[in-house]
Design a binder for this molecule. Structure first.
Ligand SMILES: *[C@@H]1O[C@H](CO)[C@@H](O)[C@H](O)[C@H]1NC(C)=O
Ligand SMILES: *[C@@H]1O[C@H](CO)[C@@H](O)[C@H](O)[C@H]1NC(C)=O
Length: 182
């Protein structure tokens, strides 16, 4: 029974080097996942624009909006997860990830403007509190994604991400204020 403690140490010994080894960059997967976020944003905008609040349509159409918000949130969370597991980006990778993320600013603004414009309809159907909650969650998760990316880019790219984050936060805050009835 002398050998048992040694055997139990073996898995630990094998796992040690991988802990100190630098994780490889997942930039290509992250860029691919950002394009899924983009597609989810476009679907959300379409669902919101379709929402007319008429009694016959209210259930399927509001489900469409909630489903689109849920898919978007899942796409954001997945990208943050991948980013956290990535090694640091090279300068080229930093530029392309930041450039791809910057491409999300316009579709985010479009979705949020669409939601803002439908506030009265969502309020009438008593769904504005759900939308408000989703907006707060989406804002927090978007910020988490930007923070995760900021930790992996070269220092020169970090400032751009900070700028993008403040633009996106301001867009969220505007529509959140509308749904808070402010
Ligand atoms: C988002 O999708 C639109 C439409 O397919 C496309 O034109 C745009 O380049 C995409 N942007 C990003 C950041 O993937
Ligand atoms: C990764 O990049 C961050 C931000 O530039 C830096 O603080 C950190 O030391 C880097 N880590 C490694 C292992 O190079």
């Amino acid at each position: 029974m002398y050998i048992l403690p040694i055997l139990t140490l073996v898995p630990l010994a094998y796992s040690l080097p991988s802990k100190t080894r630098q994780a490889s960059s997942l930039a290509p997967q992250i860029i691919e996942q950002i394009s899924t976020i983009n597609a989810s944003l476009i679907s959300l905008t379409t669902a919101v624009n379709t929402f007319d609040g008429t009694l016959l349509h209210v259930l399927p159409q509001s489900l469409g909006v909630i489903t689109a918000e849920t898919s978007l949130d899942a796409a954001i969370l997945k990208t943050t997860f991948t980013t956290k597991h990535s090694g640091n980006f090279t300068e080229t990778e930093s530029n392309s990830v930041v450039g791809t993320l910057a491409g999300l600013i316009a579709p985010i603004q479009t979705s949020l403007t669409a939601l803002s414009g439908k506030y009265k309809v969502f309020k009438k159907t008593l769904e504005s509190p759900i939308v408000l909650l989703d907006l707060k969650i989406l804002k927090a998760h978007t910020d988490d994604l930007i923070d995760a990316v900021t930790a992996k880019v070269v220092p020169a790219s970090a400032g751009l991400l900070g700028l993008g984050k403040s633009i996106i936060d301001a867009a969220f805050d505007d529509v959140i204020a509308v749904y808070q009835g402010a």
